[in-house]
Design a protein around this ligand. Structure first.
Ligand SMILES: [Zn+2]
Length: 452
């Protein structure tokens, strides 16, 4: 860890907390121009993409990019030509390299590929410092939770995918290697049997518990889990109101979330009003429609373009994310002057039917959430004509009958009348490799047993 760089990032991130909107905008603009200049000089991909971009440009003049283009031309995309995909593949084929830097310069991460193929993302020292600074300064929504956490020895337990080059795992291994004497942090593999996770959590007694909301909600069902964290911080998936309440009831503490991704780092952090404020000093967020045209405040976007102002080895400039968000510019009563956003079911899929009707996952989610007999659910599209419902319920038949009727009525109202809804024998389950959970997804490849 470059300590000087970390200190500088901490200072500038702290300063941005009290900046006027004008000053922050001008800081952001300066950072953007520096990054674009660097990308154009050092990345053959950007040199070509920006061939018509000169000194005086507006953000909107810059052509957009996406995962497909980036992965197709990975070696040209990054700004250090000594590193390439062949060497990265060799490096990541050895899991002992997790948490270590390639060439002692860059951390290597892979995304879980919940929307298609995984992306490979390198972090340079600046990106690591800025991520750490933003996390240290802005993670806690409430000052009082931060104080209790500090007073209780900063004991942190994370339940994440703990075996791959994923961000949470890789970063936590990196910090362990940097600070081997720190024994106040553990990472538990989300894919271990629940009993083992619970035993480790009970023994460790964390002050801060973090993990995917869907998985923490599952663990919360176990009476054996007996911990009293000071705060629960979820990530990686949408934290729904239902899960938030459930976790608050179980742990008796404040439950919050944040919005991040491997490519952009920390995009938004929660305030005490529960709003996700964009880290506008380090990330530019543009909500856009499906043609990458801007959508206004208060309007739901189809995608987001992100510009990560702190990563120079792999510049993400106007890079498409498939998240759907609503950005707000109304003043928040917490006192922060940054814009804030709402995210729709992050990892869930849009379900498309043969007649071209597309349905947002949130619509299905809302219907199923209303059925009180269902304690957990997952809806899987198996084909154009088959939706499979996985549920946990003490009254399965009755719960399914209600769900089937409500879903069929809803689909009919959307002009979809040829879909069969089937009850699955299987329980709702997370993706086997990433450990992340989708409530609503399309999976037309694997078949499972269906009872009705
Ligand atoms: Zn706020």
């Amino acid at each position: 860890m470059d300590k000087l760089l970390l200190l500088k990032s901490m200072i500038s991130t702290r300063q941005a907390e009290s900046m006027s909107i004008e000053n922050r905008n001008s800081l952001c603009d300066k950072r953007l121009r520096k990054l674009v200049r660097y990308a154009k000089t050092n990345s053959p991909y950007y040199r070509e993409l920006y061939k018509d971009i000169y000194r005086d440009f507006d953000l909107e003049d810059l052509p957009t990019t996406n995962k497909l283009q980036m992965m197709k031309r990975f070696d040209d995309f990054i700004t250090d030509q000594k590193v390439n995909m062949r060497r990265i593949e060799e490096f990541t084929s050895d899991i002992n390299n997790i948490g270590y830097m390639i060439d002692n310069k860059y951390l290597v991460f892979k995304t879980s590929g919940s929307t298609g193929n995984p992306a490979v993302v390198l972090y340079d020292n600046k990106m690591i410092s800025v991520s750490s600074a933003v996390a240290a300064i802005r993670t806690f929504a409430r000052k009082e939770d931060y104080k209790t956490f500090m007073n209780n020895g900063r004991r942190t337990a994370g339940v994440f995918a703990d075996y791959g080059f994923y961000l949470a795992c890789g970063m936590s291994k990196y910090l362990q290697i940097q600070m081997p004497k720190n024994n106040n942090k553990i990472n538990i593999d989300v894919n271990l049997p629940a009993e083992q996770i619970i035993r480790q959590l009970n023994d460790f007694k964390p002050s801060m518990l973090s993990g995917y909301p869907s998985n923490l909600a599952l663990l919360a069902d176990f009476v054996q889990l007996d911990i009293k964290p000071d705060v629960v911080i979820t990530g990686g998936e949408l934290l729904t109101d239902r899960t938030k309440k459930k976790l608050e009831n179980k742990f008796g503490c404040y439950v919050q979330t944040h919005y991040s991704c491997t490519e952009a780092g920390e995009i938004a952090c929660q305030c005490r009003e529960g709003r996700l404020h964009i880290n506008e000093d380090w990330v530019i967020v543009e909500p856009v429609d499906k043609n990458n045209k801007p959508v206004g405040y208060g309007i739901r976007s189809d995608k987001v373009l992100i510009t990560n102002l702190s990563n120079y080895i792999q510049p993400f400039i106007r890079y498409e994310l498939t998240d759907r968000v609503i950005v707000h510019d109304e003043k928040c009563s917490c006192g922060k002057n940054t814009r804030w956003l709402e995210i729709e079911g992050r990892t869930d899929d849009i379900i498309e039917f043969r007649n071209g009707v597309k349905i947002a996952p949130m619509s299905f989610y809302k219907i199923l959430e209303e059925i009180k007999e269902i304690s957990r659910f997952q809806l899987v599209q198996r084909s154009d004509e088959v939706l499979e419902l996985r549920i946990i319920s003490t009254d399965r038949q009755n719960a399914f009958a209600k769900a089937e009727k409500d879903l069929a009525d809803f689909l009919l109202s959307k002009g979809v009348d040829n879909v069969k809804i089937k009850l699955s024998e299987e329980a709702p389950q997370a993706n086997k490799t990433s450990g992340k959970f989708k409530h609503i997804l399309t999976d037309c490849q694997t078949q499972t047993k269906i009872v009705s």
